[in-house]
Write a protein that binds this ligand. Structure first.
Ligand code: BDR
Ligand code: CA
Length: 313
């Protein structure tokens, strides 16, 4: 089984993604690491613990991540209008009884990469601060980690925070640029792909009929996420950003990929923009792309198969 660590800001689609991973016979979840994004980091940790408790998987460790961006900005973009003020659909769940482990997310990531060199896949579902911190902590981390699969960016399409930026990259663009250029085996799944993968109102009704603790939990929290999509995108359904990214770890053949350098704009009105360059060879002057490591970027997706896998899970 593929060993995965999920770096997450739960988050309704994060909850879906975590459940897909827990249900997958192809994956072994080594741990969850938490980040700010949909909620602040303290709440992300609380939600991660709550999700694991709800489905009886408290054997999986949770390591709390950074509360601030890599450049120590404490003013964060928190998407409570998408996921509810508690991040889990305004359910006011009781506080979890379990606790995060003593290690920080970055230390846990480095430790697991050392323990299983070349074998750990990190599925990153929030801003990339913890991964950038792991790289800072151990510059050989990119060589020791097996793969990093990132829900982040918008490739040749508009962002979802603004026309330029997708939310996870916008959350910490400096961290994202460090990660995209670190030389690890990276696969990026962006909005150009995830906006094709919709869990419809009809799928939701099917889930409501389903006798499963996973489905029941998701149905309880999903309402605000559906409302937001109706309002913001005029669609009858929700985008499966984070589950699609876990599914890329389970079955990479459900997508096709291209390869090139990705850099992230860190300032100005295009802050958070992911710039993709697949030029084979660069001549002439030195540019911010010259000699940079390449990453894989998802370009097409078998959306019905991804939705089906999510529903089956
Ligand atoms: C990403 O941002 C968050 O709102 C979602 O959980 C997902 O990871 C989509 O842009
Ligand atoms: Ca997320």
């Amino acid at each position: 089984r593929k060993k995965v660590i999920i770096d997450t800001d739960p988050g309704i689609d994060d909850a879906m993604a975590i459940f897909v991973a827990l249900r997958s016979p192809e994956l072994e979840v080594l741990g969850l690491t938490t980040t700010f994004g949909n909620v602040n980091t303290a709440l992300a940790t609380r939600n991660a613990l709550h999700l694991l408790e709800a489905v009886g998987r408290t054997d999986i460790p949770v390591a709390e991540g950074s509360h601030v961006t890599i450049k120590k900005a404490a003013k964060l973009r928190i998407a409570s209008f998408v996921h509810g003020s508690d991040g889990l659909g305004n359910q006011d769940f009781p506080a979890p009884t379990t606790k995060p482990i003593d290690q920080t997310a970055a230390v846990f990531l480095v430790e697991q990469a050392n323990l299983y060199p070349g074998q750990v896949t990190v599925v990153a579902l929030g801003p990339l601060t913890n991964l950038a911190l792991a790289i800072e902590l151990d510059p050989t981390f990119p060589k020791k980690i097996g793969q990093i699969i990132i829900l982040g960016g918008a490739y040749s399409v508009n962002g979802n925070v603004n026309p330029a930026a997708e939310a996870n990259i916008f959350g910490d663009p400096d961290a994202a640029d460090i990660v995209f250029t670190c030389g690890a085996d990276i696969l990026a799944v962006g909005l150009n792909v995830t906006h094709q993968v919709v869990l419809t109102d009809a799928d939701r009704e099917k889930l409501e009929q389903c006798d499963s603790k996973y489905a029941r939990y998701l149905c309880k929290i999903m309402g605000v996420y559906f409302d937001y999509h109706k309002d913001a995108y005029f669609i009858k359904g929700v985008y499966l950003h984070d589950p699609t990214t876990v599914i890329a770890a389970i079955n990479p053949s459900l997508m096709t990929y291209t390869e090139g350098v990705v850099r992230v704009q860190t300032v100005g009105i295009t802050k958070g923009l992911t710039v993709f360059d697949n030029t084979k060879k660069r001549y002439g002057e030195i540019t911010p792309w010259t000699g940079m490591p390449t990453v894989k970027v998802a370009v097409t997706v078998d959306a019905p198969a991804v939705v089906e896998l999510m529903m089956q899970s």
